[in-house]
Design a protein around this ligand. Structure first.
Ligand code: SPV
Ligand code: MG
Length: 431
């Protein structure tokens, strides 16, 4: 009997999958791979059921000879082990990032005479509805909220990008790249105080009120499913912070990060060029503990942000504060720096990790941008936030367009660098 292999990364079996199995049976015995969570979240949506449940689902299908675990996106490992005569897949992998998977499988199969079979991809209203239902579930507060903790346990480092609107939310949600056989997408979204304020033309001084910040979260949540980390600035008065925690948790936000400053907060990237006051350890610990006391689920995280390196108070102060904040109940530590080199951040990570193996560390490599995610992960960082790059790339592009229209008294000169009208009209899918 010939061996036919296909791989499923789904948590609902629909007619499209059954069609693939039926087609596969025509070529020989059917082996189905189930993609692990770790592999799935690199290019697809987060699974809505556990890996074990997905395996059981496929095992229960008629005509499946054996279920295999596929722990990488490319088929190399499975092809090496199984040496299938055929690999069968929907023809949706002929285009886009998935093409690299097909090309790689074809190259490996051709080495021993194996073949690819592309079957027409089933995408009708019923299948679309199932897909939409999975996304709806992922977007619900109770599912979305706990996803950050889930990602922390399966990702080497949780990649987070800034969002401040529905549109930037869609970019965070949908962008997937394939580069040299590696697939990647963002795991989570950061509602930055800097970019949320900037989008409203306001300075980053806690001027944009919470009602308005929550409105931004809502805009993002309406069109996305990924988890949200909220930049809570200083958290304000403890008496107010407890209400913020309750609201964020109810909305389905996964974490709030509050920084240990007090009084008129200015953006950290100003460093010591502006007057900024660091809170006392005692006060800030009280704020953390008060927030932890009022939260209702175990999913929500309060992450304490340490400004000692920004304010040039030294490494020992940063570490002392980290210990105290964790003791007060913080679920994670964010350490910030505005140095060009990552050395002080890496030193903090090494020293904190030496004494605390578990508490997640968050880093924001805006100034020290030469550091790679791999390097940060090796030093014990768990979440990396790209805090403002979307805003900083959009603004110069828009400003240049405005200048050129003024310069040429018409829009023709700018048109070649704009998104085509056809594309902007269909950028947002209608329900
Ligand atoms: C933000 O994005 O608003 C932050 C990070 O707080 S930073 O701007 O680097 O302080
Ligand atoms: Mg901020």
């Amino acid at each position: 009997m010939k061996k036919v292999y296909t791989c499923f990364c789904t948590d609902v079996i629909h007619e499209g999958h059954l069609n693939i199995i039926n087609e596969a049976k025509k070529y020989g015995e059917v082996y189905v791979g189930v993609l692990t969570d770790e592999a799935m979240v690199r290019f697809d949506r987060f699974p809505t059921i556990s890996f074990e449940e997905r395996v059981a689902l496929v095992k229960g299908l008629e005509g499946v000879k054996e279920v295999l675990i596929q722990d990488e996106i490319l088929y190399g490992g499975v092809i090496g082990r199984l040496r299938p005569d055929y690999v069968i897949h929907g023809d949706n992998w002929l285009t886009g990032p998935l093409r690299a998977i097909r090309d790689d499988a074809e190259r490996l199969l051709s080495a021993y005479g194996g073949k690819i079979v592309d079957v027409p991809y089933t995408y009708n209203d019923r299948v679309k509805r199932i897909d939409a239902q999975c996304r709806e579930k992922l977007a619900m507060p109770e599912y979305r909220r706990r996803r950050l903790r889930q990602l922390l346990s399966i990702r080497p480092i949780v990649k987070t990008i800034e969002v401040h609107s529905g549109l930037t939310g869609l970019i965070a949600e949908k962008t997937v790249v394939e580069h040299e056989g590696e697939f990647d997408q963002f795991d989570a979204m950061w509602v930055s105080s800097l970019c949320d304020s900037t989008a409203k033309g306001k300075p980053d001084i806690e001027l944009v009120d919470m009602t308005s910040r929550f409105r931004t979260i809502d805009d993002v949540m309406e069109v996305t499913t990924k988890p949200i980390i909220f930049d809570g600035d200083t958290g304000g008065l403890t008496e107010h912070f407890v209400y913020t925690v309750r609201s964020l948790e109810r909305m389905g936000v996964s974490a709030v990060i509050i920084e240990d400053k007090t009084g008129l907060k200015k953006n950290s990237l100003f460093g010591t060029e502006v007057e900024q006051t660091q809170d006392t350890i005692e006060n800030f610990c009280e704020k953390i503990a008060a927030g932890k006391k009022v939260q209702l689920t175990d999913d929500f995280m309060i992450i304490a942000r340490i400004e000692s390196l920004i304010l040039e108070r030294g490494m020992e102060d940063a570490l002392t504060r980290a210990r105290a904040y964790v003791k007060a109940g913080a679920d994670g530590i964010m350490i910030h720096s505005r140095k060009k080199e990552p050395s002080e951040i890496l030193e903090f990570c090494d020293r904190f990790r030496a004494e605390d193996k578990d508490t997640p560390i968050v880093v924001v490599p805006t100034s020290f941008n030469s550091v790679t995610e791999g390097e940060l992960a090796r030093h014990g960082a768990n979440i990396v936030i790209y805090a403002n790059q979307l805003t900083r790339s959009a603004f110069p592009a828009m400003e240049q367009t405005a200048k050129d229209i003024l310069r040429y008294h018409r829009a023709q000169e700018v048109d070649s660098r704009l998104m085509p009208i056809k594309d902007i009209l269909s950028l947002i899918e209608e329900l």
